[in-house]
Design a protein around this ligand. Structure first.
Ligand code: AMP
Length: 487
């Protein structure tokens, strides 16, 4: 394992991560099933993966940079992870080199015994807590916000592990889907606002807790229910216990899970992601029609919205862009030159479909504008007569502090330019975004509730649903990003 010295609070690639978690309790093939579950969650994190198992006596841990299939598909590897209970994590770190010690699940030997933890989300007071803990003598092994939870657990005056865990959760702010493994328990917790998703499933007698339903489907497990916002679930050989130690509050799931992050075949909040994305396209067609010959998706993320757009407007849908699926992030060094190449590595024009035509290009979102600019250019080079860009969500104007990789405000296209300027910058003939109410209509709401919105939509509105303690105390605190710099 490589150890890298921590130079400052912000020198590394952590604190802002997009991740997937998977825990299973009570199946003799726990590690294999976890590897499969992580495989289905690979879209949530492609940079590193890890599995911890418990075999009745020992915890076994394997954590690797790279894709799940490249690291966790061999018998040799699975044999190193014996036991009926296992916990896994996939991770998308942000810019800079991967620091191996940040790869999850993290593990600590507490006075109550071994404790492995995997986290999807981001804490908004981790840095503040960390500074306090360090000043009290804590020695951190990683720079991950998740490790703060382990220290809070270790310091809790409570005697039982679940009480300690609750104690820790009461001190953290932000978004989390957490799964933890002890020698006797699988413990899961979802943040009180339900910002990040977490679901519960069953495979025979075994329980599973994971980020998305697609991870249940891959192993043939049944979806039982969502873990409720603020709920803590404790699974032991005696079955499942549920508790909710937080005061009741209106829930605010992250709307960006529906727009981009979750896999189209997953169900989140009782909604099929693919169907919701098609409705984004339908609403977009009503709000922002275009006079064109054909609707072309930016694959894969823009495809469902483009299908919805084409059906609502009555235009043919055609695949004018081919996506190369073998472009992993893991082998691309984050240099400017390679960032500039990334869009071309990923997408290429199907010239025959676009030549001589007026096209509507549909994508799910614009972050920095890199993808849109390069793809519009590509369409023109392939002979498109007109290129009308349509985006299946509102303009992203505010960074995320809850674990979705959106860069700081300076790099968000829509935070810095008007619609007209953005149209010019990406080189399109016209540009249209879905409105915030259109977004909520597509989600099945009449409109966005202006008092307490039904979802967390801070990336569009700047209304953050929790305190941003670290940001308030450390204004330089920013979201590092994997997304390409503006070319
Ligand atoms: P950009 O090129 O910076 O405008 O990024 C927009 C493209 O990145 C769209 O095609 C999206 O599908 C995708 N995207 C949106 N949000 C994210 C994210 N948080 N992480 C990675 N890719 C994203």
């Amino acid at each position: 394992m490589m150890w890298t010295q921590t130079l400052s609070d912000f020198d590394d690639d952590t604190f802002h991560e997009e991740c997937g978690v998977f825990g299973i309790f009570g199946n003799k093939d726990a590690a294999t099933l976890t590897a499969l579950g992580l495989h289905a969650l690979q879209h949530r994190g492609q940079e590193a993966a890890g599995i911890v198992s418990f075999d009745g006596e020992h915890f076994n841990s394997e954590r690797r940079p790279g894709l799940v299939a490249d690291n966790f598909s061999s018998e040799k590897m699975i044999n190193r992870l014996p036991g009926d209970n296992a916990l896994g994590h996939v991770r998308y770190s942000t810019s800079g080199a991967t620091i191996n010690r940040n790869i999850q699940p993290l593990f600590a030997d507490l006075s109550s015994g071994g404790f492995a933890i995997a986290h999807n989300g981001n804490l908004t007071n981790a840095l503040t807590l960390r500074k306090e803990l360090v000043s009290e003598g804590a020695i951190f092994q990683s720079t991950s916000d998740t490790e703060v939870i382990l220290h809070l657990l270790a310091q809790s005056p409570k005697s039982r592990v679940v009480e300690r865990f609750i104690d820790a959760l009461k001190q953290i702010e932000g978004a989390y889907g957490l799964v933890a493994l002890t020698n006797k328990k699988l413990i899961a917790a979802r943040d009180p606002l339900g910002i990040r998703p977490l679901v519960l499933g069953k495979l025979g007698e075994a329980y599973i807790v994971c980020s998305e339903t697609c991870a249940l489907d891959i192993i043939g497990a049944e979806f039982d229910r969502e873990v409720e916002p603020g709920e803590i679930i404790v699974i032991t050989n005696d079955g499942l216990k549920s508790m909710n130690p937080f005061p009741p509050m209106p829930i605010r799931p992250c709307i960006f899970e529906y727009i981009y992050f979750a896999r189209p075949d997953s169900r989140v909040g009782g909604k099929n992601i693919y169907e919701v994305r098609k409705r984004f396209g339908q609403e977009l067609a009503k709000e922002s029609p275009a006079d064109a010959d054909v609707v072309v998706p930016v694959p894969d993320s823009g495809t469902p919205a483009a299908i919805g757009y084409a059906s609502a407007i009555g235009l043919p849908f055609d695949l004018g862009i081919t996506r190369n699926h073998y472009v992993g992030r893991s082998f691309i060094e984050p240099t400017q030159q390679l960032r500039d190449m990334r869009v071309k590595l990923k997408h290429n024009a199907n010239g025959g479909v676009v030549a001589g035509k007026k096209i509507v290009l549909v994508d799910d979102s614009i972050v920095r504008g890199t993808t849109s600019k390069k793809i519009v250019e590509m369409m023109r080079e392939s002979g498109a007569r007109e290129v009308h860009m349509r985006i299946g969500c509102p303009p992203i104007k505010f960074p995320c502090y809850y674990g979705i990789d959106t860069p700081d405000k300076n790099n968000l296209l829509a935070a810095n330019y008007s619609l007209e300027e953005m149209t010019d910058l990406i080189g399109a003939d016209s540009l249209g975004f879905l409105s915030i109410d259109g977004l909520y209509r597509a989600m099945g709401e009449k409109q966005r509730n202006p008092i307490v919105p039904q979802y967390t939509d801070h990336c569009f509105t700047g209304e953050y649903p929790t305190r941003l303690t670290d940001l308030a105390t450390e204004p330089s605190h920013r979201q590092l990003s994997l997304l390409a710099e503006t070319a």
